[in-house]
Design a protein around this ligand. Structure first.
Ligand code: IPM
Ligand code: MG
Length: 357
């Protein structure tokens, strides 16, 4: 049966980069009988401009009905002064929350061809292959109560709540342990258990779940130390599991080890591997509309979509190999360019991947 993919380009460079991923998927429909239908809709500021909300209910329904969602990026200067309840980011958070996409997989994999694009010494990052498993529908991003209130003395006070229930910790821990079992069987759980009770519980539950995976070597690390270790000795990590906000921060950091955040794909999955796929980077409004952005993170996200939600591991590998080939050819967008490379535009990069398929 034809599988349904909802494409949500979003804002900033979102439309440019998703167009390249769609191009790659269209090519696979022709060459490899990939049986999908793609429809596009609005999210983020683009949705706000038309509907007054960053995600229309009809779009939410389409996302729930689809087999997978491919998203570009949301946000931009134009919408920064809007009330927080209708900011572009809220569209993304609603999708994650209502689709129950609690498991965010963010691989930080260094293509050997890009070892010199990292700001770290090549010997520190060569061979780097980390999977960050970020909890995506809980923690301080969603905890209640939240808001800005006025105290009796007239001063305003902002507040958020950092909460995790046992079941939320348990299910993300299972995802992380299962991923570790398929990789090098090393799991680092990142918390701030020396200060925050919520992550004291996190640590305890991770240790409980660990009993079901005796082959996996588990380490606990405070988030400040983890941030430091990522630049000091990133190759000590295999799988890292952490909460929503720490995962947001550490995945940006880890992406830079790989040369550019423009290379980092992600999958956000529910309990049945239905998912939304998006690059880990943002909407880069400063270069939007200039055909300069790196579409590879989105193209690699489409590969993850084929792997996890559409049952086409073969085509996922085909895309990943094609990306390897274009890097071998020395093709680089500005973010991964160094002297001697061939500088290409966003659409030229997409064309090159299609040609390399
Ligand atoms: C990410 C982004 C989002 C997040 C923003 C755009 C809401 O930074 O996917 O990492 O904080 O989760
Ligand atoms: Mg982020």
């Amino acid at each position: 049966m034809t599988q349904q993919v909802l494409v949500l380009p979003g804002d900033g460079i979102g439309p440019e980069i998703t167009a390249e991923a769609v191009k790659v998927l269209e090519a696979l429909k022709v060459s490899d009988g990939l049986d999908i239908d793609m429809t596009e809709d609005l999210v983020g500021g683009a949705a706000y401009d038309v509907h007054g909300v960053p995600l229309a209910d009809e779009t939410m329904d389409k996302a729930k009905a689809a087999d997978a969602v491919l998203l570009g990026a949301v946000g931009g200067y134009k919408w920064e002064s809007l009330d927080i309840s209708v900011r572009p980011e809220k569209g993304l958070l609603r999708l994650r929350s209502e689709m129950e996409l609690f498991a965010n997989l963010r691989p930080a994999f260094l293509y050997p061809q890009l070892a010199s694009a990292s700001t770290l010494k090549p010997e520190v990052v060569a061979g780097l292959d980390i999977l960050i498993v970020r909890e995506l529908t809980g923690g301080i991003y969603f905890g209640q109560p939240r808001g800005i209130r006025t105290l009796e003395n007239g001063e305003r006070q902002g507040f958020n709540t950092y909460v995790y229930s046992e079941s939320e910790i348990k299910r993300i821990a299972h995802v992380a342990f299962q991923a570790a079992m398929k990789r090098n069987k090393k799991l680092t759980s990142v918390d701030k258990a020396n200060v925050l009770e919520v992550t004291e519980l996190w640590r305890e539950i991770v240790d409980d779940v660990a009993k079901e995976y005796p082959e996996v070597e588990v380490k606990h690390m405070y988030v400040d130390n983890a941030a430091m270790q990522l630049v000091l000795n990133p190759k000590q990590f295999d799988v890292m599991v952490t909460g929503n906000m720490f995962g947001d921060i550490l995945s940006d950091e880890a992406s830079m080890l790989t040369g550019s955040i423009g290379m980092l794909a992600s999958a956000s999955l529910d309990a049945n591997n239905k998912g939304m796929y998006e690059p880990s980077h943002g909407s880069a409004p400063d270069i939007a509309g200039q055909n300069k952005a790196n579409p590879l993170a989105t193209i690699l996200s489409a590969a993850m979509m084929l792997r996890y939600s559409l049952g086409r591991e073969d085509l996922a590998e085909k895309i990943e190999n094609a990306v390897g080939k274009v890097l071998d050819q020395g093709l680089r967008t500005g973010d991964i360019y160094s002297d001697g490379d061939k500088l290409v535009t966003c659409s030229e990069m997409g064309d090159a991947v299609v040609a390399a398929l």
